[in-house]
Design a protein around this ligand. Structure first.
Ligand code: G3P
Length: 218
């Protein structure tokens, strides 16, 4: 499974990329608003592309298909790794069809049902992003939607990749992997939660204490 970092914070991106923990980046307008500050968003995307060699999802903010295609085409021109992110609206799917027809990979975001995911696939989406945590927030089972999409895509041989998004804790990540999501995007906090285990820390402490009794350098 591909692991993407769901952030636009350059220090977080650099940290995870240098450790080899991530395959790409996803952003959204909210993440860009908190990370890009006063600077140009386009330059910020370009900087992200310098830090990670993998798919970088950059979201449009126009709401009409024409505007989305125009913004998406400009974003895609920044770097070969840019994936244009469009919302799952009728205009978003029109834009998806046109952008993907022009060879630009598209991530269709704000997906909350398997029926929506089927339509995004028809429109030529490279990735579909079901928002697990936000469905859980309203009392539904977000992971069930991921499982339904997996079943439907497999049944009909759909190549669109499932990108599990809005993942809030390590259990979400584990469930997404077991269901067979192609990718998961994680906020930095969740990425480092996956890494940590108290027994690892205790074990290392013990090894180092035992080594010290040798009184030797390595
Ligand atoms: O990738 C989508 C993600 O950023 C949404 O996460 O936690 O705001 O629902 P969240």
């Amino acid at each position: 499974m591909k692991v993407f970092l769901d952030t636009a914070e350059l220090t977080e991106i650099e940290r995870a990329a240098e450790a080899g923990l991530i395959d790409g980046i996803t952003t959204n307008p909210s993440l860009m608003a908190s990370a890009a500050g006063e600077g140009s968003p386009v330059e910020h995307f370009a900087r992200i592309c310098q830090l990670v060699d993998g798919p970088i999802s950059a979201e449009v903010v126009a709401t009409d298909a024409e505007g989305m295609v125009e913004e998406g085409t400009r974003l895609a021109g920044l770097h070969d790794n840019i994936v244009v992110k469009v919302p799952l609206t009728e205009d978003g799917l029109r834009a998806c069809r046109r952008l993907s027809g022009n060879g630009i990979p598209v991530n269709v975001t704000l997906c909350f049902s398997a029926n929506q995911a089927m339509l995004a696939a028809k429109a030529g989406a490279t990735y579909i992003s079901p928002f697990v945590g936000r469905l859980d927030d309203v009392g539904q089972n977000g992971m069930e939607v991921v499982a339904q999409i997996r079943e439907i895509y497999d049944e009909y041989g759909v190549e669109t990749q499932i990108l599990a998004a809005s993942l809030r804790h390590p259990r979400h990540v584990l469930q997404a992997m077991l269901i067979g999501a192609d990718c998961a995007t994680l906020p930095p906090k969740v990425l480092y939660q996956l890494l940590k285990h108290p027994l690892t820390d205790q074990g290392l402490e013990r090894f180092l204490a035992d080594w010290k009794t040798l009184g030797q350098e390595l």
